[in-house]
Design a protein around this ligand. Structure first.
Ligand code: NAG
Ligand code: NAG
Ligand code: NAG
Ligand code: NAG
Ligand code: NAG
Ligand code: NAG
Ligand code: NAG
Ligand code: NAG
Length: 273
């Protein structure tokens, strides 16, 4: 039996501006939203062999310096990155890279930070990205693609997503701009995350603002009123047909009580708080 989850994004501003992702149960199946991901054939060049993958990876500068790539299967590559000191990497560069790789290849990406910063906008979509693991990182630009319609057109290939001990460093403007409004919606990709995933784990997440002093410059109370209206009208149904591990844990703003109230589905039976 399949479960259908309605995703609500509840914004707790309360001085810190956290956004929580909350799931509720519904028996309604919203057919029109079950749009199959449009497969894009944007392979500029397709590589006939694996040395091509390696060579193309070499050309994304900070990535090739900070990461090791290895072939782990016939069509599988593993990329392991340690982002040290003052270094940073951008997901957009990785996207450009995977777009150039032939379509039967899959990438597993593991990023651990040792003081470095990653510019990774949620939901980390990149064609052919099969598994993503992020640990101990400070993430910038996390909300910058919330409304970017192009993200919905990237194939939703992530099967395993895990974030552990990450801190998102937000800017006030980025946060304000990312709040959904009737005439300025967030994308399905943002709202649902990886819908084809077998496992979604978020263990310990913190949010900080790098420019909290700018808070006064934006009218958050109006934005949040619009936000409530948006979710009252727009009831999107996300479908997680493969999901068997779903964990959100270690965040100060989620209490066990809240989760018990809002997560009802047996797909979340592995939920750990
Ligand atoms: C959740 O939905 C399923 C059907 O999709 C239903 O069988 C189940 O009883 C619901 N759980 C709760 C707690 O409402
Ligand atoms: C994708 O594009 C390449 C090169 O333009 C072409 O050879 C290939 O057949 C296309 N694949 C699909 C599935 O359309
Ligand atoms: C792999 O492809 C590159 C460029 O497409 C070519 O130079 C190289 O000879 C190829 N290697 C093999 C083993 O086919
Ligand atoms: C990459 O491999 C080199 C040599 O084995 C190793 O010294 C380095 O720590 C590795 N880097 C990462 C990010 O795993
Ligand atoms: C980072 O940059 C600062 C100043 O730009 C410098 O003092 C520091 O040594 C750098 N750290 C590393 C690990 O490169
Ligand atoms: C690459 O790393 C350097 C520091 O090592 C940083 O200044 C630069 O912004 C990074 N480039 C990108 C595209 O992330
Ligand atoms: C990605 O590719 C596009 C088009 O080729 C280019 O405009 C853009 O600057 C690239 N982005 C990065 C981060 O390299
Ligand atoms: C979490 O990550 C920070 C760096 O961002 C690190 O200093 C800290 O030790 C990590 N905590 C745990 C419990 O791993």
């Amino acid at each position: 039996m399949k479960n259908y989850l309605t995703f609500l994004n509840i914004c707790h501003l309360l001085g810190v501006g956290l956004a929580l992702n909350i799931f509720t149960n519904t028996t309604e199946r919203n057919i029109d939203l079950v749009t199959k991901q449009q497969q894009m054939n944007n392979s500029i060049e397709t590589f006939a062999n694996f040395s091509g993958v390696m060579n193309e990876f070499e050309s994304i500068k900070n990535w090739s310096r900070l990461c090791n790539i290895s072939q782990t299967g016939h069509t599988d590559f593993n990329i392991v990155c340690i982002i040290i000191g003052n270094s940073s990497i951008k997901l957009s560069e990785f996207r450009n890279f995977t777009d150039k790789i032939s379509s039967n290849i899959r990438f597993d990406l593991s990023v651990t930070c040792e003081d470095g910063i990653i510019h990774f906008p949620w939901p980390f979509r990149a064609d052919k990205l099969h598994r993503i693991y992020i640990k101990d990182c400070r993430i910038k630009d996390y909300r910058t693609d919330y409304k970017n319609p192009l993200i919905d057109s990237i194939p939703d290939t992530i099967k395993y997503l895990q974030m552990e001990n990450v801190t998102t460093i937000l800017r006030i403007k980025e946060t304000y701009d990312s709040i959904p409004k009737a005439d300025s919606p967030i994308t399905r990709a943002t709202e649902c995350g990886p819908e084809n995933a077998f496992s979604i784990i978020r263990r310990g997440k913190e949010v900080i603002f790098e420019d909290f002093h700018n808070y006064q410059l934006y009218d958050f109370s109006t934005a949040l009123t619009n936000f409530d209206q948006y979710f009252n009208i727009q009831k999107r149904t996300c479908l997680y047909n493969n999901l068997d591990v779903f964990e959100i844990s270690g965040m100060v703003d989620i209490t066990r009580n809240t989760i018990n109230k809002i997560v009802y589905t047996d797909v979340a039976e592995n939920l750990k708080i």
